[in-house]
Design a protein around this ligand. Structure first.
Ligand code: AMP
Ligand code: GLY
Length: 422
């Protein structure tokens, strides 16, 4: 089977790594991939959807997997389906679950799926009035995609109203902020839960926790994610059940009822408040770095999981997970997330320790290759992933691996998975 993976990050690299180990997979292509993904497959430099679909046709691609949200929101799945191609991802309509926070919140409300109370508006006065009824902090969200920056958590009412003003005027996020959500602040702990969906059926993956802040102890600015681990012990059978009954099932039912059956991966950003689940947001893609710890934990065929989801055949699939834990530590460049850094060569020491060779690896993200040498060119450069029988063992291995990687300006958190090890 031939597979095409759309995207260039560590997430797509980790999907490629998992597929490469799958006996069913013959050849992997990345569009566009990164400086290291050409060691797993072949990078192709095509971004136009029609041209990609033509490439898939002429290269006998059996399955295309879409990594990032932008092509999904822009309708890549609809184009591929028009060509009768198998593609894993959500349709343009269904991708509104991530592409429009207003769509998402109204959907949650309509189907009685637990979430923070909110209003949607394009008027400063309406927002101000609602802000006056809330206690602080107060959450303001731009409707459209803002590269993960569209959420402001205001510590007082003036800050909240100023944020509203800046969004509605187009100053903060352009068009994406002309409509907004104002919502109550939820105080609890966050989980990332992923359901692979075929429009009707789903398979739930073990819950992960992300670390969004740049610095240890969850300090510093928000980032795309500085590390993740899974499965987290902060969830039990009862909570999984509640997530399935109160979130996953009504979501799939509601999307089908709305004429936009949900296929692809449903990423539920959840807040657990006093043992009760609330949906913070949906994403229509895998989390990054969550994907990098989940992929190596899947024991059964990763190809089958994605392929069957594109054919409405998930119900008959028995997905098996390894009885182990994964920890991913993101290594970022010096100025991340503020600005880009000078490209620097990446050196990885030869791994001698057998235990490390077997139970740790690197997922490359923001890297490029020149004259056979690898350079750190992106914000999140690479991830060191450790697998182990306990979270501690997995974490120790991830950090041992991180010690083998060198480039100028290398930065990483040293407390990934602390929530599980306290
Ligand atoms: P979102 O893009 O909606 O997931 O928001 C980004 C981050 O903001 C989340 O991962 C949470 O850490 C935080 N956040 C969003 N909404 C809320 C809320 N209602 N209460 C508390 N924190 C929130
Ligand atoms: N790690 C969170 C995200 O991908 O949005």
């Amino acid at each position: 089977m031939n597979v095409l993976i759309i995207g260039s990050g560590g997430r797509e690299y980790s999907i490629g790594l998992a597929l490469k180990k799958d006996k069913k997979v013959t050849k992997i292509f990345f569009a566009p991939g990164n400086g290291a993904s050409d060691e797993i497959g072949e990078n192709i430099d095509i971004s136009d959807f029609e041209a990609l679909a033509n490439f898939a046709k002429s290269n006998s691609i059996d399955l295309t997997i879409v990594g990032p949200e932008a092509p999904l929101v822009d309708g890549i799945v609809d184009v591929f389906k028009a060509y009768n191609l198998n593609i894993f991802g959500s349709s343009k309509l269904a991708s509104q679950l991530e592409g429009s926070k207003i769509f998402m919140k109204n959907f949650l409300k309509k189907y009685n799926i637990p979430t923070a109370s909110f209003i949607e508006t394009n008027f400063l006065e309406v927002a101000s009035k609602f802000i006056d009824t809330l206690s602080v902090p107060i959450v303001i969200k731009a409707d459209g995609l803002c590269g993960g920056k569209g959420v402001i958590i205001a510590q007082d009412k003036k800050e909240a109203k100023d944020a509203v003003k800046d969004m509605l005027s187009g100053e903060s996020f352009g068009k994406a902020g002309l409509s907004i959500i104002v919502e109550e602040y939820l105080d609890g702990y966050e989980l990332s839960v992923f359901a692979i969906c075929d429009g009707e059926n789903y398979k739930l993956l073990p819950a992960a926790q992300d670390h969004k802040r740049l610095l240890n102890g969850d300090k510093g600015p928000n980032t795309g994610g500085m590390g993740a681990y899974a499965p987290t012990p902060l969830i039990d059978e009862k909570l999984y059940k509640e997530i399935e009954e109160k979130v996953v099932k009504p979501t799939l039912k509601g999307m089908k009822e709305n004429g936009m059956p949900y296929e692809g991966v449903l990423f539920m950003g959840l807040m657990i408040v006093k043992g009760e689940v609330k949906v913070l947001e949906y994403n229509v893609r895998f989390g990054d770095p969550e994907c990098e710890v989940l992929m190596p934990l899947i024991k059964s065929s990763v190809f089958d999981l994605f392929y069957k989801a594109t054919n409405g055949e998930l119900e008959s699939l028995d997905i098996k997970m390894r009885d182990e834990y994964g920890v991913a530590v993101v290594i970022s460049s010096q100025n991340y997330p503020y600005k880009s850094s000078i490209a620097s060569e990446i050196i990885v020491d030869e791994i001698i320790l057998e235990e490390l060779k077997q139970n740790a690896h690197i997922s490359y993200a923001g890297v490029s290759k020149e004259d056979g040498k690898l350079y750190a060119t992106g914000g999140r450069v690479l991830l060191c992933i450790g697998i182990g029988k306990s979270i501690k063992e997995a974490r120790d291995r991830a950090y041992l691996m991180a010690g083998q990687v060198h480039f100028a300006g290398k930065h990483y958190r040293t407390d990934i998975a602390y929530q599980a090890l306290r």
